[in-house]
Every structure is written in structure tokens, then in C-alpha cells.
Write a protein that binds this ligand. Structure first.
Ligand code: KIV
Ligand code: ZN
Length: 513
């Protein structure tokens, strides 16, 4: 079995896609999940792209101890300097530099000849290698490049110090057979291929990212680049959970193994979905609600007789545990903590206390509290709740008046430190009125209100309402979530959380100018 490295780029390729932006606190939360799940490399961001990105790469580099931490850089001195400055504090830093090698990209994007690209590769890999011994080089749009030219670029990068060579299918164009052949071709033409990791980075435009990545492994690749839930540019990237579980389930075919703790997959997936304000599609492999559900009678009969009839992997192997013991208002902190740890969550003392207090409040409102409710409590710490402590706006109280024959009115009182401010507004329904009342207090920067969704976390009429709000401004999107048995309160919290991100980004931009 050869060891396959898992390079996670959720925080870079994933985060740069529309609707998936995260703030620093959220990025650190994801990085901690990735470390616990034991990915080999975390690509923490693209340090040069903004002061915020630099700060998050740098903070993750300081925080993470058990994974390599990488920053992306174009093949320029400024980018490489910024990447190194951000990651050099890491226990194991990596600079990941790239340049495009396809005729289309070289002519129209870079406006460079193939000879110039070759020369730039040589200069910039040498430059990066002066800083760091762990250098990854990517040939952007590799799968639409001339194979002979690509091989020259790859060999140049290796001679100049690249220790990993990444072959991206940037536009999701290739097929499994082609990817396998390309990796084989490149390895055959490399002098000492055993000293280098060949890597695959596949986009999912034609729905083949996972298959292409696995084909790359069959061709000899020893690193897979992927993202949690398959986030990434356009149709996304190789889904970490799918590619890892495919290798785990079919070792006979892929003859590769990873060091990943697969029992952390579900929790990490949930954390990421929660942060970006989305839910897994019901039929999403590995992490979708129906991935392990057996509804049809024939299937149920088979599974009862022998699980293997319809189950090729177990829910437990990815960290999903069915638990019938119900927690309620008489459950103590210890029982709560034990249940959390069975579900894969280890919280620090403050987080545990806060979650336990919320759990107790919920127990007064709901007869039985399910695992889904507990998970929601733990995961849905909205930015504004934590922000409330640090001097940003948090909800104090609200009152609405609504009916189907009058215009809704809402009064909202927000607190900011010791100050309490009230806003009042009419609106097209109680939620619109509440959002408008908040606007009169915060006076937010110009933005578009993109989306509002509400889900129930569990069965029953007394379920928690889980609200997600998405706003956007200047091409970036800001999501917020709120959780409450009262859907207006959940909506207010979600809106405040999204506004908090929007306002913080605007303040950071103003400071940077
Ligand atoms: O898709 C791509 O080509 C990339 C590279 C920068 C690695 O994300
Ligand atoms: Zn990519």
C-alpha cells in the first residue's frame, strides 16, 4: 500500500468560490477540524491576496502543529515573499507556487511564450527554495497543456527544488483514462520520481473530479488535493470525503492508504456546511442525510438480514452514530460532554459551558433534545454571539406585532458593550420589519440581500429553527446563521451574524486603504 497524502484546500480553493467566504474565526475552526482529521497538508489561503488572507494564513500557521501549512503564490517575487512571511512560523511550512502551462493561458492570460514560462519556473522555484525546503509547484491548466512541454516544466521545477509537483485539471476537462495516462507519462519522464510527490488537483465541471483524482493515484500520484464537501471554484473540487472513502473501501483497486481519521469526516463536513450556511444535498455521498438511509422494503429486509447486502461502508466509519438515549433537562454536564465526545466534538471549557447552558435553556422549551439539536447548538455559535462579548452588536430583546390584516411592526433592541439601542420599523411581515429595524440601528454598508432559508433541526413541532442569511457586497458573500425555537429570533440572529461579517470586512478594507 503506498501512502497517499491528503492536501486540503478548503480554505483556499474552497473559500475563494462564491458564497463560501469565511472570517478568521471560522477559518481557524475549520483548520482545527482538518488537523484533528489528520489531513497531511492544509492550504490555508493565498497570502498576497488581501491583508485578511495574510492574517488568516499566518494565524493558522501558528495554530496548527500536526499538519504542513501551505500558502498559495503566483510565480512572482512579491507573492512568494508574502507566502513565506505568512507560513514561516508553521511547524512544517510549505510554499505552493504556480504558473499556467496551457497554450490558451500562456497566450491570453500570461502573455508569455513557452520559453518565458520555462524560465520563470526556473527562477521562481529557485527563489522559493531559498526560503523553504518544502516547495510545491503547480502547472495551472496542466491537462490542456502540451504533454512534452509540461514534462519540461515539471523537470525544471524539480531540478530547481520543487518537492511536490501538482497537475491541476483547472477547468475540470479531463477524463479518468487521460489523467492516469498523463501522470504515468510525466513520471516516466522524470529522472528521480521517487524523490518527488506527484499530485492531482481536479475540478468537478463535468462531475469527474473524484474519478479523475483516483485515476491520478492509479497513474502514480502520491498526493490528492481536495476540499471538504467538494467546495471550490465553479462546480467545485475533488470531495475529500468521497475520495478518501473510495480508497478506504476499495484498497484492492487503488492500493493506496491515507493517514486520515475518517471518523472525523462527518463532524468536519457539518462544520464547513454550517459556516457557509448550506446543508448537504440529501443524496450527497458519505455525508448526505440519505447516504446511509434504507427506505425501500427490499433494502430494509436485506440490511436486517445482513448489513453487507446494501451497505459498502458503515456510518460509524465516517463518524455518524445512531444514538437512542435521549438527553433532557435532568441530564448533567458530564452526560452532555460524554454525548458530545461520542459525536466527535471536544470543546474547550468555555465552549462547553456555553453550549451546556444553551442546552439547558432548550430543555425547558423542548421535551426531548436530539443529537441533531445538540449538534446545532455546538455548531451554530453565530459570529454575533461571540462578537457580542467583544463589543459588537448582539440581540438584547425584540417585540413584533403582526397579523394577516395589519402591517407588521418590529421593535428590536441591540446591545453593544454596555450601550442599548432600540430601532423600530414597519415591514412586509415580521421578519422584514425586524431586519429593517436592525438597519435603522446599524446603518449597514451597501449590500445585496441574496438568500434566506429556514430549516428545522429535528422532528416535532417544537423543533429548533435554523435560519441562514446570505448577503453580498463587492463580489464577496457573507453568511450568518441563527438558531432558536422562535423563528423570528433565529432570523434576527442570522441577519446580525451576516451583517457582522459584512461590516468587519468593510472596516478591514477601509483600514487597508
Ligand atoms: O485549479 C487550479 O489550477 C488551482 C491551482 C492554483 C493549483 O487551483
Ligand atoms: Zn483549483
Amino acid at each position: 500500500m503506498k501512502q497517499i497524502k491528503i492536501f486540503d484546500t478548503t480554505l483556499r480553493d474552497g473559500e475563494q468560490s462564491p458564497g463560501c467566504s469565511m472570517n478568521l474565526r471560522e477559518k481557524i475552526e475549520v483548520a482545527k477540524c482538518l488537523e484533528k482529521m489528520k489531513v497531511d497538508i492544509i492550504e490555508a489561503g493565498f497570502a498576497i491576496s488581501s491583508p485578511g488572507d495574510f492574517e488568516s494564513v499566518n494565524t493558522i500557521a501558528k495554530t496548527v502543529k500536526d499538519c504542513t501549512v501551505a500558502s498559495l503564490a503566483r510565480s512572482t517575487v512579491k507573492d512568494i515573499d508574502a507566502a513565506w512571511e505568512a507560513v514561516k512560523v508553521a511547524a512544517d511550512p510549505r510554499i505552493h507556487l504556480f504558473i499556467a502551462t496551457s497554450p490558451l493561458h500562456m497566450e491570453y492570460k500570461l502573455k508569455m511564450t513557452p520559453e518565458q514560462v520555462l524560465k520563470k519556473t526556473e527562477e521562481m522555484v529557485k527563489y522559493a527554495a531559498k526560503y523553504c525546503s518544502n516547495i510545491e509547484f503547480s502547472a495551472e491548466d496542466a491537462t490542456r497543456s502540451d504533454w512534452d512541454f509540461l514534462s519540461q516544466v515539471v523537470n525544471t521545477a524539480i531540478k530547481c527544488g520543487a518537492t511536490t509537483v501538482n497537475i491541476p485539471d483547472t477547468v475540470g476537462y479531463t477524463t479518468p483514462a487521460e489523467m492516469q495516462a498523463l501522470i504515468e507519462y510525466l513520471i516516466e519522464r522524470t529522472e528521480n520520481p521517487d524523490n518527488v510527490d506527484f499530485s492531482v488537483h481536479c475540478h468537478n465541471d463535468l462531475g469527474m473530479a473524484v474519478a479523475n483524482a483516483l485515476a491520478g493515484v492509479k497513474g502514480g500520484a502520491t498526493q490528492i488535493e481536495c476540499t471538504v464537501n467538494g467546495l471550490g471554484e465553479r462546480a467545485g473540487n475533488t470531495s475529500l470525503e468521497e475520495v478518501v472513502m473510495a480508497m478506504r473501501t476499495r484498497p484492492d483497486v487503488f492500493t493506496g492508504t491515507t493517514r486520515l481519521d475518517t471518523t472525523q469526516i462527518y463532524r468536519t463536513s457539518k462544520t464547513v456546511y454550517n459556516i457557509i450556511g448550506q446543508k448537504a444535498p440529501l443524496n450527497k455521498p458519505i455525508v448526505g442525510k440519505n447516504a446511509f438511509a434504507h427506505e425501500s422494503g427490499i433494502h430494509q429486509h436485506g440490511v436486517l438480514a445482513n448489513k453487507l447486502t446494501y451497505e459498502i461502508l458503515t456510518p460509524e466509519s465516517v463518524g455518524i452514530h445512531a444514538n437512542n438515549i435521549v438527553l433532557g433537562k435532568h441530564s448533567g454536564k458530564h452526560a452532555f460532554e460524554t454525548r458530545l465526545s461520542e459525536m466527535g466534538y471536544t470543546l474547550d471549557a468555555d465552549e462547553l459551558l456555553r453550549s451546556f447552558e444553551e442546552f439547558k435553556v432548550l430543555c425547558d422549551k423542548k421535551k426531548t433534545v436530539s443529537d441533531a439539536d445538540i449538534e446545532a447548538i455546538v455548531l451554530h455559535k453565530s459570529a454575533v454571539e461571540t462578537a457580542g462579548d467583544s463589543g459588537d452588536y448582539a440581540l438584547d430583546w425584540f417585540a413584533v406585532h403582526t397579523s394577516n390584516f395589519t402591517t407588521a411592526t418590529s421593535t428590536v433592541c441591540l446591545k453593544k458593550g454596555d450601550e442599548k439601542i432600540e430601532g423600530v420599523s414597519l415591514g412586509d411581515g415580521p421578519i422584514d420589519a425586524s431586519f429593517k429595524a436592525i438597519d435603522t440601528i446599524i446603518n449597514p454598508v451597501e449590500h445585496t440581500f441574496d438568500n434566506y432559508t429556514i430549516h428545522s433541526t429535528s422532528e416535532g413541532k417544537d423543533t429548533l429553527g435554523d435560519v441562514s442569511v446570505k448577503l453580498s457586497a463587492n463580489g464577496r458573500s457573507y453568511s450568518g446563521r441563527g438558531l432558536s425555537t422562535d423563528i423570528i429570533e433565529a432570523s434576527i440572529k442570522a441577519y446580525l451574524a451576516a451583517l457582522h461579517k459584512l461590516q468587519s470586512a468593510a472596516e478591514r478594507e477601509a483600514e487597508a486603504k
